[in-house]
Design a protein around this ligand. Structure first.
Ligand SMILES: NC(=O)c1ccc[n+]([C@@H]2O[C@H](COP(=O)([O-])OP(=O)(O)OC[C@H]3O[C@@H](n4cnc5c(N)ncnc54)[C@H](O)[C@@H]3O)[C@@H](O)[C@H]2O)c1
Ligand SMILES: [Zn+2]
Length: 372
């Protein structure tokens, strides 16, 4: 066995930690920052509050971005960073805001476009501006990964832009910021956490440090996600889901994700399922098909979590999806039988090769056919 594990991100976790923002920025020697905020927080006042809490260290705000941010939006963010001469970025939001800021931070100092580093696969050769990530969903774990997932609608492509220069400098994980997350977003983002934990564990590149975090994170999701969904003001459940999100991010950051994420990209691009719901769409089927791989590692995982076997863990995952109003049939997701061949073709993303069981075209079709 051999593996490498690295994490250059300082993590500050706890309720109301955002109130210490000015001190945290001061201790890090940061001044003259730009806030990259989810637009919802321009409307509800959180962006202004964060700017005030920075004690004058954040000078402006960019918020023209959408869920699953498009490269054109990140290009606008890059232009704002260049014009403002910002010295660092604070990313406030879910994966969409964090990924926009992480990508902009490394592009702004170059004379290149975002596309050059995204779909054209140009190498990121030097560090960009420091980024402070403040996640508001539990969630993507983007605060501890070296990747930004961007959409290029013009090229009909959603995919990663990755570099070790894209780790943020510091993550402030404050569960109180997730209390306002709407029910359906709580469900979808929480299932993204479960997908990260399971895929980090069963990825062909699995390694023991990540395995341990995957187990811990999945256990928390099975125990606390439905509580957070039913009562968003339950701060205990929100806090446990924030721990789960963080650890699941650490669990997949090195092994990378596998088939459920590969299949999520067309489900989001073509059928507009939110990221986590799109990942969860295939997750219980994949638990069943991956159960016996590599000497039954997934069976072992399920038993460690107290399930009778992997099939019982898959049943529970499907039951959670149903209980939280997530779509789980082709018809429910607006996928016509006639589209399945094309959908299977669009799932052929590099992450598919990471799945412990080979996901051939026939197997992808079998999976989708079973979701009637
Ligand atoms: N970089 C990574 O490691 C990584 C990993 C997984 C997914 N992703 C990407 O992240 C994106 C998804 O991010 P996400 O699932 O966090 O969702 P998101 O950032 O797109 O936010 C989803 C919705 O929730 C709202 N929202 C967020 N926080 C809120 C809060 N506290 N209160 C009220 N509303 C709130 C937003 O306004 C938005 O409408 C996708 O593009 C996905 O591909 C990145
Ligand atoms: Zn994900």
């Amino acid at each position: 066995m051999d593996f490498v594990y690295t994490l250059p991100v300082k993590i500050v976790f706890g309720g109301n930690k955002i109130e210490q923002l000015s001190g945290i920025l001061g201790a890090a020697g940061l001044d003259g920052g730009l806030l990259v905020s989810d637009p919802a927080f321009r409307r509800n006042g959180l962006a202004d509050r964060v700017i005030a809490l920075s004690g004058g260290k954040i000078a402006g705000c960019f918020s023209e971005l959408s869920p699953n941010p498009d490269v054109e939006e990140v290009e606008c963010c890059v232009a704002t960073v260049r014009e403002s001469g910002a010295g660092f970025l604070v990313a406030l939001g879910g994966g969409s805001s964090m990924d926009c800021a992480k990508a902009a931070s490394v592009v702004a100092g170059t004379d290149r476009t975002v596309r050059h580093f995204h779909s054209e696969k140009g190498l990121i050769r030097e560090p960009g501006l420091p980024v402070i990530a403040v996640p508001t969903t539990a969630g993507t774990g983007s605060e501890v990964t070296n990747v930004a997932v961007l959409t290029d609608a013009a090229k009909n492509f959603k995919g990663p832009m990755a570099s070790d220069y894209m780790y943020v400098k510091l993550a402030i994980v404050d569960p109180t910021l997730t209390v306002s997350v709407p029910k359906q977003v709580t469900a979808s983002t929480g299932l993204d956490v479960l997908s990260h934990a399971l895929e980090g564990y069963w990825s062909r590149n699995h390694q023991p440090i990540c395995d341990a975090m995957a187990l811990y994170a999945a256990d928390l999701v099975f125990k606390h996600l439905e509580t957070a969904y039913r009562d968003g003001s339950d701060i205990g459940a929100r806090e446990q889901m924030c721990v789960a999100s963080l650890l699941a991010g650490l669990a997949f950051a090195h092994p990378k994700t596998a088939a459920s994420h590969a299949c999520s990209f067309p489900l989001t691009n073509v059928y507009h399922l939110p990221h986590g719901e799109a990942c969860a769409f295939t997750l219980d089927w994949l638990i069943r098909v991956n159960a016996g791989a590599e000497g039954g590692r997934v069976e072992h995982f399920a038993r460690k979590l107290g399930f009778a076997d992997a099939a019982a863990m898959a049943d529970r995952t499907l039951a959670m999806k149903k209980a939280m109003g997530m779509r789980y049939t082709l018809a429910g997701a607006g996928i016509a039988q006639a589209d399945l061949e094309q959908l299977a073709e669009l799932c052929k993303h590099p992450n598919l090769l990471n799945n412990p069981v080979e996901m051939t075209r026939e197997r992808l079709l079998e999976m989708f056919e079973s979701m009637q």
